[in-house]
Ligand binder design. Sequence first.
Ligand code: AMP
Length: 593
Amino acid sequence: MALKKDINSLDSEQEKTQNEDTSLQELKKLENKKDIESQSLEVSKRNYYENGFRDFGFNQSILNSLRNKGYINPTPIQKAAIPELMLGRDLLGQAQTGTGKTAAFALPLIEKLADNKELNAKVLVMTPTRELATQVAESFKSYSSESSNFKTVAIYGGTDYRNQISVLKRKVDVVVGTPGRIMDHIRQGTFKIKDINCLVLDEADEMLNMGFLEDIEWIIDQLPDNKQMVLFSATMPSEIRNIAKKYLNDPAEILIKSVKKETQLISQKFLYVQRHHKLDALKRILELNNEGVIIFVRTKLLTTSIAEALENSGHTVAVLNGDIPQNQRENTVDRLKKGFINILVATDVAARGLDVERIKLVVNYDFPFDKETYTHRIGRTGRAGRSGEAILFVNQREKHFLRNLENSIRTKIEEINIPSNKIINEKRMEKLIENVNVSSLAKDENEENKALIIDVLDNLKEKYSMDDSNIAMAAINLVIGNKSFFVNEDDSWIHKQNNTDRNRSNRNSNTRMRNSNRRNNYQNDSFETYKFNFGKFDGVRVANIISSICNSTNINGRSIGKIQIFNDYCLVDLPRDLHRETKNKLKKIKFRN
Ligand code: AMP
């Protein structure tokens, strides 16, 4: 009879991990104490790291590699699956990526192959995509990095056969691959499968979605009969149950109900946007968060056109779609991981299994086809216990899809507004101030630069009689550059999009637009935005601003552009070519003293 393990609550696990984190900190503090023998510290440190995994009976090489990876405690799926797999049982596991499922099957298999000296592979892992194949193979390699002569090979389509054939000729323990390429190698006789004693199907539901059922069955039929079988799937539709019934022998069943916990780390939001405003809305979203973003679109063509548009707006972007050659894809993911690229525009298939910890935001630019696609997409953020955000673009016609989606994932997705000029400008301001502050904190770090800065300051004071505040202003001006710092495009369309049934009550715009046709139609580049330090809290209104400006300067009321009033300041667009004297007068404008 199948053994069913329900893992309901992870709270106590998390609590324990927290306590252990604290003790790790304590341990680290101890490192500084000179009176402790460094050797005994090493021993206690090693015991600390290994404790959580020691009970499984892993050999020292595996424990060492886990220590190198910084794993302290097994995750719930590892706790449940590892003992079963060590006993040689078949296993049916329902768990998503991000739960630690790869280590759950990789570690016991590495342990079992510790003394393997035979040439032919013993374990075959099948994955739906080459990305996942590479990732799983990398995991096997890192968990076996301290085990001598343990070999893992990844074989997948889109790359040269010759290299794969030559590695398959040598000693190999584990082969990880995609169904199509595995079939090719079996047919050509370049992958010897007669000694395979364990088959793992990873993300089995995905393989089915991608139409691999026949291939998988063909492969299973070619493999030796007496093998251990492991099947992992994020969802458990009837087709997966049927495969399990057909091929698995009295499997241990593990259901990780923590799927909700995983997605709880992801704050799920949506916004209404008409189709022709999607790109504008995207750019505005990226104003608030542009570091570690994946944008999901439906077609390859769209990946490139959106990437181009974003690049033109100054973002570092790359695309991931089925047309990109494998080595280039790997390179892209690597650059994303290292932070050379901040934004990835991807199709669903190309981004399968992507595991990049620094992804903070997932944008569903096109509505996902189904719940599974949505869950997979948003799962690209919130990795390794970090929090993340997912934003879904919804147009008028997709409203009922949204309701269906919420029902099927049993989660309410929160509505947000497209960021208005006001929000973006506040963010730009905040960033500028932060950057200046950070750079003031960093100024002491480089002695050479410090000397240079002092030299420049002395020069400015001596040659041009500038005082500190003038110099500071000039330096900030230099940072801002020639381009208009604040966004001043017409954002009235946003308010229309935001004016939906669901958030009508939330609307709270304190930005006043000047609505005369003349002002809405003005040419942006003939204006400059000025900031005045009075705003809504001072009771200021548009009329007061116009009269103050006109009374104190020779500026004609008709030539004043857009006026935005915020809580404690306001932004006014004025002609770009104002005379220095007028500018000086503007500086002195007061409102109610
Ligand atoms: P997976 O679900 O296998 O894709 O793993 C998700 C992430 O969790 C990967 O980045 C793993 O390196 C990490 N991970 C797996 N097991 C552990 C563990 N016991 N402790 C800390 N991190 C882990």
